[in-house]
Ligand binder design. Structure first.
Ligand SMILES: C[S@@+](CC[C@H](N)C(=O)[O-])C[C@H]1O[C@@H](n2cnc3c(N)ncnc32)[C@H](O)[C@@H]1O
Length: 363
């Protein structure tokens, strides 16, 4: 994995967090470098940055007045580690995509996979824009589609593209539109007589995922299972349906994505504990009777089951001695191999042509 980057004659050492064994992956792409090259002559010192996944922009623009709009807890950790590693100032001004910004002059976006998230970013920028606001979006050409252009044109009068450089390109947005349609950026999903709300960009935007539905059809909570944890909880649907089986349940929900946690706060009762984190390290040992999950297996454009494997070892530690872990997975992922390294007993509760529901126990 390449970790050394030279920029403006300075050497930087940038790593990914979480670590990966995939040696082809690194902490930046040519899209971010192309953006840096484009803005090098710009006078403005005040920059808002989006989707700086591992902190390359926070590191290389460290002396500027930066506001970072963060989306993932793991992103914050990656940024912090890389700033520290390079002896740079580690205090970062963070905002979530739902907060108000102040006077956006120049915004940089590494275009996210989710079109909805891209739109949410542009709306946030637009709300705090003035006539000279400029947005510089970097992307790898293989991931681009005209839908990004269509979204950009809803918010900006001038939308153009740069020439390609090493398979990356820029989308340049200028002259914010005077009037744009006011929206809430919340999707509404109706499922089993309940209504769920979720912010743009959260997993499975218009319906409950079919894997999740399969898990819900096959999970029955025992009366003593009151301490439950939903790992990678998204909009909170799994915990919500489980709480409906027993009102004594005290749910804890954990997700890496701040908009997932913000969405689940709209859907679950107040007694719920919400944690925005990418691992279970802040939870005590032997706490839960039942852990449930539809775990992640890709991040943006990368398929990655290492994240789930790490989450599984956290689950094992946090389960009570007699507790159980019930999860749904795509059949082809063959999670049983990993789960059997951690748990004594793994039972297939249900299976269909696409999914499998496992129940794992340690006793
Ligand atoms: C397959 S979705 C399931 C969401 C929800 N449970 C459902 O069934 O609709 C996986 C979720 O994992 C989250 N995620 C990704 N990496 C994570 C990590 N390291 N820790 C916790 N959550 C993570 C994503 O943000 C996403 O919400």
């Amino acid at each position: 994995m390449q970790t050394k980057l030279v920029h403006n004659s300075k050497n930087y050492e940038l790593h990914r967090y979480p670590k990966t064994t995939a040696t082809s992956l690194q902490a930046w792409s040519n899209a971010e470098l192309l953006v840096l090259d484009y803005i090098k002559e710009k006078e403005t010192n005040k920059i808002h940055i989006y989707n700086d996944r591992f902190g390359v922009w926070n590191s290389l623009l460290n002396t500027k007045n930066i506001t970072t709009v963060w989306t993932y807890a793991s992103q914050k950790k990656a940024i912090h580690q890389n700033l520290k590693r390079n002896n740079l100032q580690t205090e970062v001004a963070y905002k979530t995509p739902l907060e108000d910004l102040k006077d956006v002059e120049l915004a940089l976006i590494k275009i996210p996979k989710s079109l909805e998230l891209f739109e949410l970013f542009l709306n946030q920028i637009h709300t705090s824009s003035s006539k000279n606001t400029e947005v510089v979006c970097g992307f790898m050409t293989k991931y681009f589609s005209v839908s990004y252009l269509e979204i950009a044109k809803r918010y900006f009068n001038e939308v153009s593209q740069s020439k390609a450089w090493k398979k990356s390109r820029l989308l340049l947005l200028k002259s914010p539109k005077e009037i744009v349609e006011e929206r809430t950026f919340l999707n509404t999903i109706s499922f089993n007589n309940t209504i769920l709300k979720q912010y743009y960009g959260v997993f499975s935007s218009n319906k409950i995922d079919i894997g999740t539905q399969f898990l819900l059809e096959n999970i029955h909570v025992a009366p003593h299972e009151t301490k439950i944890l939903d790992v990678a909880s998204g909009n909170g649907i799994i915990a919500k349906e489980i709480v409906a089986q027993n009102s004594e349940i005290q749910p804890t929900l954990l997700d890496d994505f701040n908009l997932a946690i913000a969405s689940s706060k709209l859907n679950l009762p107040q007694k719920t504990t919400f944690i925005c984190d990418d691992n279970l390290d802040t939870l005590n040992d032997a706490t839960f009777d039942l852990v449930v999950s539809n775990p992640p297996f890709h991040f943006e454009h990368e398929n990655n089951i290492e994240i789930s494997q790490y989450l599984f070892s956290g689950v094992k530690r946090c389960l009570k001695k007699e507790g159980r872990f019930v999860l749904v997975a795509n059949k082809h992922l063959n999670y049983k191999t990993y789960l059997s390294k951690l748990f004594k007993e793994i039972v297939v509760i249900a299976t269909n042509d696409k999914f499998v529901v496992y129940e794992c126990k340690s006793f």
